[in-house]
Design a protein around this ligand. Sequence first.
Ligand code: DNO
Length: 356
Amino acid sequence: MKMTLRWFGSLHDTVTLEQIRQIPGCVGVITTLYGSKPGEVWSREAIRAMKEEVEAAGLELSGIESVNIHDDIKIGISTREQYIANYIETLENLGKEGIDLVCYNFMPVFDWTRSELAKERPDGSTVLSYDQELVDKIDPDKMFEEMEANSGGFILPGWEPDRLARIKELFQMYKEVDEEKLFQNLVYFLKAIMPTCEKYGMKMAIHMDDPAWPVFELPRIVNNKENIQRLLDAVPIMNNGLTLCTGSLGSNPQNDIPDMIRSFKGRIHFGHVRNLIHLAPGKFDEAAHLSSDGSLDMYEIMKAFYDIGMTGPIRPDHGRMIWGEKAIPGYGLNDRALGATYLNGLWEAIEKTSKK
Ligand code: DNO
């Protein structure tokens, strides 16, 4: 396992590479080419510049999160061919620059969804939270404005303005896309890009749907053991893999995360590890990474990663906002650094006791 942190680039992030380097045991960052739009080709020069910036700070560029998928690919209309060709060119350019991990998601219209971005907890920290009842009251067309209004002026990852410019039109286009169609469109995309992935040893790591159920009646297909297994079996090669996100899967208490980690051995290329508190069905608050602060057993989760011989990057995921920090919701330095340190501590203990 390699401990990493997500970094949003020097233009957008309040956190610097220098700070990330000072987190004990943190060896790399996961980042993306900010400013690129879904469907565009990433040039080799731009990729190289991004990599050189990270390496100059003494860190490794451990993977990309994300190369976003154009909605035409998810909807499955004829224009997808050009966007798939562009995606392949981006993968080739990444491969040529020695990058071999790409996290992406296949959620229609929206990426992750929350009803509140700064819910205060009793200790005064704030967290992201989700309440289905509140989300049901939101007009989906207004969702972007809601998130933007709550974001403290930061651009939220996955909620970039460009991506959502076509929101009304997109809802219309997704009307015909049910779960089966979305699944088939994902398989079509994966089959098209796999030869390139095999050539460059590129690991495609799909992110779980967050939350793990349909939102605004849009289909969700990467949300439980059965659906994920079906996806792995549909394109049964290592390059078709997962970003195992404990917080996304954990939104549904039915998901047994350690069991899923063990079942997907060999196909998990990247781990997002965080905790949350189940409050009621369809309602949760995010929490500190510590097991006792939330509903997930982080020891069992890290043990499962250890048992499958996880060698890829793991990153602490959304942190609380603490100690007066102002940053992208979920992505401040302080609580994610605590998270990384805690997860590294669990790993060290598991490693030492397992070797005895
Ligand atoms: C949220 C993130 C997601 C993730 C994408 C991957 O904080 O985990 O935005 O990066 O779903 O494409």
